[in-house]
Design a protein around this ligand. Structure first.
Ligand code: SF4
Length: 305
């Protein structure tokens, strides 16, 4: 299988304006070969994961997948580079020649529908191959680009597509997730998939103390997800990863100085923040009715929220 439209290594690449609204960051795209595609997953409930790209142009300030830079031997800022694994579909095709069973997640350490996917189509190629396998597919994304693949999703009997929602407000999301489509577009995509019969869910994560953990924000996200057809909603608290803390500290100082107190209190005592959050979530469920079966009790943890 050939990957079309390659950009010469090192050439700056501006994400497609229709996909990455907000401050479209300049992203350097490079290409590499991978040795394997289908890797064992450490995520509970997932047997395998597929990551056709390394790096992620969504550039979320709270991202803790940025630790991957160490393994990739990259010094660039997380969010400013993407490596395209040219031979990923060929590797997957070879690995699927021996029947595989279980559940596979697309993707786990980056977003499989980040802007470069529009041009290179590795995720779509993987889905095509998976339609001929026995594997159950799970997708978690921040992008409405997934709607492009509705024809393939319709052929995957047990597919589940999750959309991450961090905050309800598009402007605030642009600050926190500068390269990702805004939450309003994610919700519209969720509604489109749900209307077409695809099982969808919402991952409200990470819930940022002082910004996203108000009953108002969580309530409007819960209502919006339900209205868009989410059959389940899962919440996940913030991971106080050092880079995420440093990035968010800058956001609070510059844009929300009055909320610095709440932010610092949570940084000092993450356990208390998580406890308080669990109470807020429980109240929301009892107020709005729960569209979920289990996520409030055992929230999943994904490296890529
Ligand atoms: S949180 Fe996920 S979508 Fe955001 S930059 Fe990290 S890997 Fe990409």
């Amino acid at each position: 299988m050939k990957v079309a439209g390659q950009i010469p290594e090192g050439e700056p690449f501006l994400p497609h304006p229709g996909i990455a609204v907000g401050v479209a960051p300049q992203v350097a795209v490079s290409f590499k070969q991978c040795r394997s595609a289908l890797n064992r997953s450490g995520i509970p409930g997932m047997d395998y994961c597929l990551n056709p790209y390394s790096g992620c142009a969504h550039g979320c300030l709270y991202c803790y997948a940025s630790f991957m830079r160490r393994f990739l031997n990259v010094e660039q800022r997380w969010g400013s580079f993407v490596q395209v694994k040219n031979n990923f579909p060929e590797r997957l095709a070879a690995e699927l020649r021996r029947p595989k069973h279980g559940r596979v997640m697309l993707a786990s350490v980056t977003d499989a529908y980040q802007p470069v996917e529009k041009r290179f189509g590795l995720t779509r190629s993987c889905l095509e191959l998976l339609t001929r396998s026995e594997l159950e597919v799970g997708i978690l994304t921040k992008s409405d680009l997934v709607v492009r693949d509705l024809d393939l999703l319709a052929r995957l009997p047990n597919v589940r597509v999750g959309f991450t929602l961090t905050v309800a407000d598009d402007g605030l999301a642009r600050l926190l997730e500068p390269g990702a489509p805004p939450p309003s577009r994610r919700l519209a995509a969720m509604a489109a998939l749900a209307r077409a019969g695809v099982r969808t869910w919402a991952f409200i994560a990470p819930v940022i103390p002082g910004l996203g953990d108000t009953a108002e924000n969580l309530g409007s996200l819960l209502r919006a997800a339900k209205a868009a057809g989410a059959r389940e909603v899962h919440f996940d608290p913030l991971n106080f990863y050092p880079t995420a803390v440093a990035n968010l500290e800058r956001v609070f100082s510059r844009h929300f100085p009055r909320r610095l107190g709440a932010w610092h209190a949570a940084c000092r005592n993450p356990a208390a923040y998580r406890k308080r959050l669990a109470r807020v979530i429980a109240e929301l469920y009892s107020t709005f009715g729960s569209p979920i079966g289990r996520g409030d009790k055992t929230p999943p943890r994904y490296p890529c929220p």
